[in-house]
Write a protein that binds this ligand. Sequence first.
Ligand SMILES: [Zn+2]
Ligand SMILES: [Zn+2]
Length: 379
Amino acid sequence: MTTLPATSRQVVFPGPDRIELDDIDVPAPGADDVLVRIRKVGICATDLHLLAGHIGDPFPLVPGHEFVGEVAALGDRAAATRGLAAGDPVAVEMLLPCQACPRCREGRYNLCDADDMATGLERGRQYGVNVGRDVPPGLWGGYAQYLIAPREAIVHRLPRGLDWNVAVLVEPLAVAYRAVARAAVRPGESVVVIGPGPVGLLAAAAARSAGAAPVTVAGTRANRLELSRRFGADVTVNAREADVRETMIEQTGRLADVAIEVAGSTAAQQEAVTLVRRGGRVVLAGACGAHTTVSFRADDDLLTREIDLLPAFLSAGGFEPAIGLLARGDVPFAELVTHQFPLDDVAGAFKVIEGREGNVVKAVLDPWPDGDPADPGHA
Ligand SMILES: [Zn+2]
Ligand SMILES: [Zn+2]
């Protein structure tokens, strides 16, 4: 039996560079709603950019889009249409698409054109990014104990018993999977990943699982390159010490069929097109910041080599394969989660990430550091 919580603790960004902790009332879920009790939420570079005010004015905001948890309570229609019950472990996609526009209907809901439709929904709403806390019921961010999933939310069931520290990687792995899927990587193709952050490391694992061989990972942080070997990399190149193109050719015998750029810099994007063979594919998955311009040599880099440039945005279609990969457990996913923090130490967590302390790869928040909320003894 479930008792509804009266309130939820949340981290709130009231404005740029301000972090607060607050409680908010939790209403009983409506007929179409799922109330999710958050068990783990990943900290993303996006969250730091949000706090710094680099991503518009979403304030007051409850950040967090990489969350997993379990169904705390749900409405009648949500239970019937989703086939879910209280206690089920779930992941919710960060994007709230309209599910009605032509882009949604062709499966590219990351490009949802909701504004063009009569749904009354806005385009591009994302949990923890651009739905403010002032939008009722204010439960739109993952840095919290509870969150609401309305009718249009995409909710995935997670395998029971999956370690929360593995499950919490589902969103970045889904992003990585979409990048690999955009390039339609085939078995035996050579793939190079630029930028071994969490998504880059997961992209190496996703490429490997798609049959890519060899997989090369290029970056600048030694500990992450080291880790990438455990995530499917056959060859690593420290770009501070060696030329990526030369080293890759030397070690693999050829240019790559596919380059996946997740470094989020225009320099990395420009380099990516030089790492693939004629007719190769280049996936651009890193965000470089608003109003950033990138240039390529039109003839030498693109035209005469017929390079396919394939931007990959968010995670559409990536959650189900990601869940399958996480559940299979043949990659040491939990090793990515290097740091854990309670909700009241977001400032400390951000400091560790910004200062690159303790070889941090993925830091996550635990909204229930004092005990298991499913435990009946837990108030
Ligand atoms: Zn993220
Ligand atoms: Zn749509």
